[in-house]
Design a binder for this molecule. Structure first.
Ligand code: GCV
Length: 679
């Protein structure tokens, strides 16, 4: 009967037979098993622990295969919070050293099932790459989200702790399913109020839910909290009155959240208070908090994202401030370093602090939310970006000193290794504003768990679980995803251009940007340095010499215009418009072709997606299709704005075999988007 009506419907509405989906289930679209299956096998757990029982529950509800025994074995510390799975067609055995390892194993098994992999004979051992796999939410207490494009914050402070939204648990479960075990729930531009006793009770409500999934809460703290909340005379980290205030506050936190993770601090950066306000160093500030947290096993993530509006190249400043402090930080302080030296651009070389800090713990911070990548309007799959940084060889300890190996404990042992990324999650029904932005949350978690996975592999898993197990659909969607990051670089900022975004909100192009009264180091002119000779920021010895912050092996390549990879050329060099590129074209022509190629890549993404009509559910199909239209228009906007503007310097024609501009430069300059930058 079902079949007939569907068959008939196919004639009337050819695309309506796949049930509409709103994306709210993320990649967790498991279907509960039938009673018959449930009764045909046993899922046992040898551990009296709520997380282990949850692992059992997930399998009882969704596992369609053979019997499974879950066992906790405290004699396997080398597994950390990973797991071992062995099995054959009759029975699978899972062991873990930590209860949460059993939960991760359960999701691993379900992933195998949902991606149609064989489970009849299994020999799996998974040990996570990083100990602390963390999300950073930039959520404010008024529920706006700084750089958030998926609605308001998930955390409903007005209702907490009385009302526990079911979404808190869904959030925790989604994170656990990809191995995320830590979350900083508030903005690094932190309100001191988060430490108020009333808020601690609300946090306790969240922590209780998260704990069931092995997730620890961390807080961003405002360095002036003692003075603002506690009425101390100042917030000097060496002032005994201030230290006492923090001690009492930390004690209060651990009373309500015994497994509290620690603090994330943005200090003396973009107007935030910090130890330098009192003539103290970052190390003195961080160590004061670290000493107080240490008896509770807590950590301090101290951000290295610092820069002042000086004449010094912004790309050099974090290194200049932090390298002299190397060795001064306590062992429960981890320096949290953005992947690149500027700010989450579509493409940046790795941050030279990686490896240069030899006696300090360091961790990478990525941005999942697409502040500089078209918000939740553009489809940009970020695994290739994450992997590009992790695989970058710093040469700090010789060849093979990749950012991944420097931060995962391989080359530099640490009490705990860590990785963080700024979340793209909000209260939108589909969580991330764009169905494909879910893939970036997923990919980050998967890479934090195992940074050796390939972008393709992660995409395949995600597509199979999120859209379809059909090979042709997986291939098509994967092609879109794998093209998307390079496409964005091409239509926004190819060849090493960076930060030529519209002021403040960072959506769309403004290479001419020179906001009156704004900081010069927030202005596109500062970054592209275009003139009639050429374009690009000279960071070689003849310019800012930022290149000297890298190991000689790296500096010799990036610093030599002949050897520098095209993708970083204008990051490190001011290059004449007439310069002959590796392709044989002039720089100007190459730039034009890159922008044009970016536009064409988005067109191809559209074509590939449109061919999938009827093969993915109509709701998500249409929603993605509409966003791709925005992206295609934006790509043309970017191309026209940048080429018409740079042409005023190059004074050369746009090669005649590429699409002509469809906008007037003056019209584009008048565009002022009313986009809120939530601070
Ligand atoms: C949270 C960039 C963003 C800011 C952000 C800052 C940071 O400058 O534009 O919104 O502030 O980075 O990472 O602290």
């Amino acid at each position: 009967m079902m079949k007939i009506s569907c068959f008939l419907l196919l004639f009337i509405f050819p695309f309506s037979c796949i049930q509409a989906e709103d994306g709210s289930k993320l990649w967790l679209r498991y279907v509960p098993v039938s009673k018959e299956i449930a009764q045909s096998r046993s899922i046992t757990v040898a551990a009296e622990n709520p997380i282990a029982v949850r692992a059992q529950q997930e399998l009882i509800t969704f596992w369609r295969g053979q019997s499974i025994d879950l066992k906790l074995d405290k004699k396997l510390p080398y597994l950390k919070d990973g797991f071992k799975i062995t099995g054959h067609s009759e029975r699978i055995k899972v062991v873990a050293n930590e209860p949460v390892g059993l939960l991760y194993a359960a999701y691993h098994l379900l992933k195998l099932q949902e991606t149609d992999q064989q489970v009849s004979s299994l020999k799996v051992e998974e040990i996570p790459s990083f100990d602390i796999r963390m999300l950073n939410h930039w959520d404010n207490l008024d529920r706006t989200v700084e750089r958030g494009y998926a609605g308001y914050s998930l955390w409903k402070w007005d209702e907490l702790p009385g009302v526990i939204s079911p979404r808190y648990e869904e959030y925790a479960r989604a994170n656990a399913s990809i191995g995320i075990n830590a979350t900083v729930i508030n903005n690094v531009n932190a309100s001191p109020q988060i430490l108020n006793t009333a808020y601690l009770a609300k946090l306790q409500g969240l922590a209780t839910v998260f704990r069931r999934y092995g997730i620890k809460i961390y807080l961003s703290v405002n360095f002036s909290s003692p003075k603002i909340l506690g009425g101390t005379s100042d917030s000097d980290p060496l002032n005994p009155e201030v230290i006492l205030w923090w001690k009492n506050k930390v004690k209060e936190i651990y009373q309500v959240i015994p497994d509290f993770g620690g603090f994330l601090v943005k200090a003396n950066s973009e107007g935030q208070p910090g130890p330098q306000d009192y003539g103290r160093t970052h190390a003195e500030g961080a160590n004061m908090l670290a000493a107080i947290l240490k008896p509770y096993q807590g950590f301090v993530m101290w951000r290295a994202f610092v820069y002042n509006p000086t004449t010094e190249d912004r790309a050099k400043q974090a290194y200049q401030e932090f390298v002299p402090l190397d060795g001064a930080f306590s062992d429960n302080v981890i320096i949290q370093i953005k992947n690149g030296p500027i700010d989450f651009q579509p493409r940046e070389p790795f941050n030279p602090l990686f490896g240069a800090l030899r006696k300090s713990n360091e961790m990478v911070e990525f941005q999942i939310t697409q502040e500089y990548l078209g918000f939740s309007n553009h489809l940009v799959y970020l695994a290739p970006l994450f992997k590009e940084t992790l695989a970058s060889d710093t040469y700090a300890d010789g060849a093979g000193s990749t950012v991944a190996r420097l931060t995962d404990g391989t080359l530099r042992p640490a009490r705990k290794t860590a990785i963080a990324a700024v979340a793209n999650i909000g209260d939108n029904i589909n969580w991330t504003g764009h169905h494909f932005a879910q893939a970036n949350w997923y990919a980050y978690g998967r890479l934090a768990w195992n940074h050796q996975l390939s972008s393709e592999q992660i995409a395949e898993e995600w597509i199979a679980m999120t859209f379809s197990k059909d090979k042709s659909i997986i291939d098509a969607v994967k092609e879109i995803m794998m093209t998307s990051r390079e496409a964005a670089v091409n239509y926004m900022m190819p060849l090493g251009l960076h930060h030529i975004f519209a002021f403040d909100h960072h959506y769309g192009p403004e290479p001419w940007g020179d906001q009156k009264g704004g900081r010069p180091d927030w202005m596109p002119l500062y970054y592209h340095q275009a003139d009639t000779i050429g374009v690009g920021f000279d960071r070689t010895a003849s310019g800012s010499n930022a290149i000297s912050q890298y190991s000689p092996e790296v500096a010799n390549i990036y610093g030599d215009i002949k050897l520098c990879h095209d993708q970083f050329l204008l990051w490190f060099h001011h290059v004449p418009w007439t310069y002959t590129m590796k392709s044989g074209r002039s720089l100007w022509d190459e730039l034009c072709y890159k922008y044009d190629h970016g536009v064409m890549q988005v067109r191809d993404m559209q074509k590939t997606w449109d061919r999938l009509e009827g093969q993915v559910d109509q709701q998500r199909f249409v929603e993605v299709q509409s966003k791709l239209k925005i992206q295609a228009k934006d790509a043309v906007w970017w191309k026209d704005a940048c080429l018409l503007y740079f042409q005023t310097f190059s004074r050369r024609p746009i090669p005649y075999d590429i699409e002509r501009p469809v906008h007037e430069l003056e019209d584009l300059k008048r565009i002022k988007l009313d986009m809120k930058h939530h601070n």
